[in-house]
Ligand binder design. Structure first.
Ligand code: STL
Length: 407
């Protein structure tokens, strides 16, 4: 447990396998001088359905918890709306709930205790007076150019960018103060926003935070890209084994090429770290491939390097790599699927968060100008959330799709 770890050991867990750490001294001071748990947060915007890439930050959350950190997960619902309305207000609260279920079930599936994790939604505090005033204060310090650049790798880039894309990074910077943390964790794609926060929070009289960045892992598409428009390039966390096998089978995977190979990257950044966590031992790895007899029969790899070497020399073929990886993904998703099947609330969050779009190709609904007052958090105290999404949710999704097509 954490109390037994020295500050050095805690620091090692906190920074394990990261691509970059900014202001490491802030972390060391908390651990060594203040001798208290590091407080940090990871934010995610509940937009599309979470996919297998979500295992990667979950592995880090496991490390943070091992180091005794106080970890907050921000379900950044308003950010999901601000990012080109990727999540319409009518459904965003359900998506936030869905993300919370997914995060909890991934973590429990890899034996990570979740009782110490704190979940919060952005709308629970970002609509308050103090926060709003802070946005205005920051908007008088940060130039339009700097806000735009800060969001360039995170906010969807469109031909006629909306003002929301400038507000997004300012709010992410402010979240560090309003969540009361010492550090923020995210993918290295968040780097420019992290730097914006470091450079500007002190002007508002707030502390500069440390920033922890994970590697970005490639998806299954060509060039390792994960693309929203190519459903085969990503595997949802709740996905049928049959679909998993089909998607893995159609993954881009050039013979002998170990670079830009989404499947090998998945083994390296997901499968191995999870096996290490479960075994509580570094360097463990096992992949069994049920190769047909005529191609050499079943084979078991106990090291990634050995697997890579065989793939590079074409001793291991793309078909066999795919079948081995597909079965590992099926195994990883099975306990999560079990939790989903056992929880009507989990299922309702998915159904309401992602209502089917025009299942019968019905006529598209005309865009309504009045967005109403159904912002997340509105009327929260008066009535509990309805069990089903408002009827307008489906319409809004259609609008979003049309909007996307116009770009
Ligand atoms: C995404 C995808 C992803 C991370 C994020 C958004 C992060 C959002 C965010 C918002 C507010 C914060 C911190 C992070 O304070 O992987 O669409």
């Amino acid at each position: 447990m954490s109390v037994e770890l020295s500050p050095e050991e805690q620091y090692r867990w906190i920074t394990k396998d990261l691509q970059e750490v900014l202001n490491a001294q802030i972390i060391k001071d908390v651990l060594e001088k203040e001798k208290r748990p590091l407080r940090l947060y990871w934010g995610t915007a509940p937009t599309g359905k979470p996919h297998c890439g979500y295992f990667v930050p979950m592995i880090k959350l496991a490390h943070f918890l091992k180091a005794g950190c106080e970890v907050t997960i921000l379900l950044a619902d308003l950010h999901a709306f601000l990012d080109n309305m990727k999540a319409p207000l009518e459904v965003v609260q359900y998506r936030a709930k869905y993300y919370e279920f997914v995060v909890k079930s991934i973590l429990t599936s890899i034996n990570v205790p979740i009782n110490k994790l704190k979940f919060t939604t952005g709308s629970s505090y970002q609509l308050g007076e103090k926060y709003t005033l802070d946005i205005f204060k920051l908007s008088n310090i940060v130039s339009q150019n700097d806000a735009k650049r800060a969001g360039a790798d995170v906010v969807k880039q469109v031909s006629n960018p909306l003002l929301s894309g400038l507000i997004y990074p300012l709010m992410q910077a402010l979240d560090e103060e309003h969540l009361g943390v010492d550090a923020q964790f995210g993918g290295v794609d968040q780097r420019k926003i992290f730097v914006l926060a470091e450079e500007n929070l002190p002007s508002l009289g707030y502390k500069k935070r440390a920033h922890l960045m994970n590697h970005m892992i490639p998806g299954l598409g060509q060039g390792g890209k994960m693309s929203a428009s190519d459903p085969n390039s990503k595997i949802d966390i709740i996905e049928d084994p049959k679909v998993v096998r089909k998607k893995v089978n159609s993954a881009y995977c050039a013979p002998g090429d170990i670079k830009d190979n989404g499947l090998i990257a998945f083994l390296e950044f997901v499968v191995q770290p999870i096996q290490e966590l479960l075994a509580d031992k570094e360097g463990v790895f096992k992949l069994e491939i049920n190769r047909p007899e005529k191609y050499g029969g079943p084979i078991t790899y106990t090291s990634i390097d050995e697997l890579k070497a065989d793939y590079e020399s074409e001793k291991l073929s793309p078909v066999d790599l795919k079948s081995g990886v597909a079965e590992r993904i099926v195994d990883l998703l099975a306990p999560i699927r079990t939790q989903f099947d056992a929880s009507p609330e989990f299922q309702a969050a998915q159904k309401n968060g992602y209502p089917e779009v025009n299942p019968k190709g019905e006529k598209k609904v005309k865009k309504s100008k009045d967005k109403g007052s159904r912002y997340p958090g509105a009327g929260k105290s008066e009535s509990p959330a309805p069990e089903t999404a408002p009827a307008s949710a489906t319409e809004t999704i259609t609008e979003t799709l049309e909007y996307t097509k116009l770009e």
